[in-house]
Design a protein around this ligand. Sequence first.
Ligand code: ATP
Length: 917
Amino acid sequence: MEAEDCKRLPELKLDAKQAQGFISFFKSLPCDSRAVRFFDRRDYYTAHGENALFIAKTYYHTTTALRQLGSGSDGLSSVSVNKNMFETIARDILLERTDHTLEVYEGSGSNWRLCKTGTPGNIGSFEDILFANNDMQDTPVTVALFPIFRENQCTVGVSFVDITKRKLGLAEFLDDSQFTNVESVLVALGCRECLLPMETGKSSELKSLHGALTRCGVLLTERKKSEFKSRDLVQDLSRIIRGSIEPVRDLLSDFELALGALGALVSYAELLADDSNYGNYSIQRYNLDSYMRLDSAAMRALNVLENRTDSNKNFSLFGLMNRTCTAGMGKRLLNRWLKQPLLDVNEINCRLDLVQAFVEDAELRQGLRQHLRRISDIERLTHNLRKKIANLQPVIKLYQSCIRVPHIKGALERYEGQFSDLIQKKYQASLEYLMDDDQLNKFISLVEVSVDLDQLENGEYMISPGYDSNLAELKNQLSAVEKQIHNLHKQTANDLDLPLDKALKLEKGTQFGHAFRITKKEEQKVRKKLSTHFIILETRKDGVKFTNSKLKKLGDQYQKLLGDYTSYQKGLVARVVDTSATFSELFETLAGILSELDVLLSFADLAISCPIPYVRPDITPSDRGDIILEGSRHPCVEAQDGVNFIPNDCTLVRGKSWFQIITGPNMGGKSTFIRQVGVNVLMAQVGCFVPCDRACITVRDCIFTRVGAGDCQLRGVSTFMQEMLETASILNGASEKSLVIIDELGRGTSTYDGFGLAWAICEHLVGVTRAPTLFATHFHELTALAHGDLNRSSNVPTLGVTNYHVAAHIDPSSHKLTMLYKVEPALARNKAAELEDFSCTTTMHEDTKDEIGSKRRRVCSPDDIERGAERAHRFLQDFSALPLDQLDEKQVRQSVSKLTSDLEKDAADFPWLQQFF
Ligand SMILES: Nc1ncnc2c1ncn2[C@@H]1O[C@H](COP(=O)(O)OP(=O)(O)OP(=O)(O)O)[C@@H](O)[C@H]1O
């Protein structure tokens, strides 16, 4: 914003006295560094103090937007924002950022009252503003955590609330010191705000919990420990939960800490304060094992969700896969599915069957799309309906969606392919039931008799007069008066000898009610008559308005009747809204079905419309089968303009090539390759076809990623510590059923620390964790793992480790390097030692830097290798034994440095070992 523009900001119009009153009020407000407070001054808003500075800097990008209220030490910096800007800021604070809450005050002088509050987890009173012009991307979820630390373990009680969907949930589990489980729950739920009891644990324990919240971009809200109690919980829940309380009581009896968390959540979200919540909530157990677990690092590495900085929608899986066409619902479901990939083979295959049905039948696809496109955001409309605001708009939009359903059902019925039984069972039968005369058809009839559908074209939502005899009577009376007014108009035109309408106009305005109007020119002709028989109301350039006692009387009559009509109609609208709200559960079921169809159709659309069509993956349970991707691509990289993507194969076979080390030059495509395997697996478990020629996938219960340093440096965590922590969480959490993706480990460390770390981790993954792993590294030496250098001294089975290399071509004469992006099996060890190593140039010590294109040979005796490896192994054992989570960064650095300097000293006797320094 330019200084010029600042002059155009709404002007703060306060005199000295008003300013003084306001300042004293403002200063009396309780201190809350998170709150951004706005004062509603009718045509515009203001913010003050620190908030003013924050707004000026963040949204106006200049402090020239600041004004000073009052003077001297009493002065208060202020900023004014217009309505549009306020909405932009509200959207940013509540939907994008997670470091502030929003408060709006109404009042004047020194007398102000807090009338609206919102947090990223509870946008409640700002919904109308936030979603006036755009879809709701995701419904915000607030989580409450109640951790209890015992020795080296932590038990966590979790509860969550989705206020938009009116859902509550509970979970309780053990967690490690990195809060891996908590993190995966926050990710899967799309949590925006998290309640924690104050001072629950030691600062070191809390630090890593706070770390998990920060990684997930969650707003931390601390509440008194005394709020985490379960007293009165059953009673409170019995008011808001739909249906009988008995099952709820049973559910609660399985939990302990989660109950305290739920108690804190119910009170924080003030669920009992809003009686439209009563009888409308549902509660469920959240099972940690129902979905693939993903932490925030994996979500980022696999580009699962959209990022504000994405310049192109295809950067993220969500952006690429979102071809949904309902208003908002499908999009939100896709967002949720991507955070919750499935583990059950049957469930995955069910989604894949449906996608296949859509892929194979173009007519079905088109038929469904055509109708889904006209489906409103049923979920949000139902939510609005439940608020019982007397407004017909949601009712009508729901009606318009409902009358599409038979067409959707018809399109499904016409499908006769191999999955027709599944479609019949899953959708047709439910739609049939929903549209029954006792169910939504009843709603359709209600709207058809109660709402004046003819008026819709004019954008008016009115109750049809025939719906109620009193309303009909009022309508008759209104028409009668209207007719009299019309007759009077005619008669007056006659009397004044002016053509009806053309010259003598009849107007209906707010100021004068009904009035006649003529131009000034005509007024001259009839001036005499006017002055004797009429009353002049107003003379302006555009004409003269006048009336007479008759018109006035009729006009007043008309106004009175219209008032009666409107208020009577309002009562009827409230009744219609009320009755419509009784169909809420049906609307929700319908929304569920339609959004599911929308997302599956979107998958099918993606699969067939890509230049190289996607294929259906073969899915096996996690204890059987392999990960075989032939001709696989990274869907997001492939979709970028100007990229000619080179497909690659990935063959992760149990016991044969379960652990792969991928080496190759910088920018050679290592990261892309290992991530694309993760992305393909995730897509498959979401139920989508994958960008491959052929794909077999054994279900993974989690994908661990450790890629690059990311943006953690910005958050004040050093790369070194970040690597240590993330690595610790992989070593703790990964199992044979997960997939591990590690890229360039050791970047934040000096070369030999990095190498030691990389090796220790490889060994652990191969020997203990036995998780299928893709390990991209510039340490060629790691390829020794496959040949048993390392394993000779430990009992690590050699089977299962294979080496790959990302191919590049160097022109011998020009030394020009061309990336081929082809992942190929690396050559045998002796050959491997001869491979050109371009990748180490940035990280290796000066003296080990090789020029691009030169060859590096190492000749070592078998005895030297054996003894060297033994010493290296001892180093690794010591390294793995470091209690990383109990040390701070300085201590970790010291310990690592001691281990490596000891190793370096000993290496003097082992030429083979020296190569690593
Ligand atoms: N299979 C491929 N086909 C075409 N282009 C590719 C392929 N793989 C990667 N690329 C392109 O090459 C560039 C580098 O890829 P990537 O970041 O994966 O390399 P890298 O080997 O991991 O590099 P570094 O070691 O520097 O991290 C990317 O920008 C990507 O667009």
